[in-house]
Design a protein around this ligand. Structure first.
Ligand code: PAF
Length: 287
């Protein structure tokens, strides 16, 4: 699939990105796109590798998007190891690294936003108002700039994946969305750029998080009532010292509404804080 263009280009303006993508498309080459905020880990690289396997050209964007952070959130301290990210992208086989500046993405007077209210309000939306509006807006802009055939997103941010699938469907965007499975550390912790914030003591709690989610998922698979399964999971999470549970919910994977009966495909989703770090995770459940 890949031809001789093994050199990765770094592109920083929307116009240059559009030109590059248009050149590829004019030659009949397919384009896969992996949007990221950098601080890349193995989970991101698996998206790049999948895009590499399914497309002729692969674009990775690194852009820490200010509009998806709340005023009290970690925008300014979010890790930005750009040279390391560039080297990882190159090794994973990206053809272009798209790295626009904030002022280019949001010039003075910028005032258009994309809202998907029913999917953005529950779960993470409760504690992060405006977050998915920022995500949807930047991803729509990036899609317009990169014009990919396929968009690769991790299932770890399951609500984000659901919101973006809906945006693509509702706005008839000509891109296929590929959700990719969660990559985990050996002890079960879902890979995330924010794991770097955890102290060694906090990091050591990962197996207990995994066990609590597993307990709840097992109860659901055995056919316990949703309230009983969630009750067991919530108690187990709250019993972990230093953990503040934000939510643990069993939802329909398309509507994100809580399930009343355990039937068919569901998703067990959680968000919690350990010290100053907010973590999210989820498990697919089929009964
Ligand atoms: O998942 C992320 O890293 C971000 O939310 C995304 C999709 C790159 C948009 O900024």
């Amino acid at each position: 699939m890949r031809t001789s263009e093994a050199r990765m280009r770094t592109v920083s303006s929307p116009a240059a990105m559009r030109r590059l993508s248009a050149r590829w498309r004019a030659r009949g080459l397919s384009v896969g796109f992996v949007p990221t905020m950098g601080a890349l880990h193995r989970g991101h690289l698996s998206l790049v590798e999948r895009a590499r396997a399914e497309n002729d050209r692969v674009v990775v964007s690194v852009f820490v998007n200010p509009t998806q952070f709340g005023p009290q959130e970690d925008f300014s301290r979010y890790p930005r190891p750009f040279r390391r990210d560039a080297s990882l992208c190159r090794k994973a086989g990206a053809d272009a690294l798209y790295h626009p500046a904030p002022g280019v993405m949001y010039p003075p007077g910028f005032s258009t936003f994309v809202e998907i209210p029913d999917l953005s309000a529950p779960l993470c939306g409760r504690s992060r108002p405006g977050h998915f509006r920022g995500v949807a807006t930047v991803v729509l802009k990036l899609l317009n700039q990169v014009s990919p055939d396929r968009l690769y997103l991790g299932e770890k941010d399951f609500q984000q994946l659901t919101v973006l699938r809906r945006m693509v469907r509702d706005l008839d965007l000509p891109v296929a969305v590929r959700g990719c499975r969660i990559h985990r550390e050996r002890d079960g912790l879902a890979m995330s750029s924010r794991n770097a914030y955890l102290t060694p003591q906090e990091r050591a709690l990962a197996p207990r998080l995994r066990a609590a989610l597993g307990l709840c998922a097992a109860a659901a698979r055995r056919g316990s009532a949703p309230a009983a399964a969630l009750g067991a999971g919530r108690r187990a999470l709250r019993a972990i010292p230093g953990v503040r549970l934000e939510y643990l919910e069993l939802v329909d994977p398309e509507t994100l509404q809580p399930v009343r009966r355990l039937r068919g495909k569901m998703r067990l989703l959680t968000a919690l804080r350990i010290g100053r770090t907010r973590l999210i995770d989820n498990i697919a459940i089929k009964v």
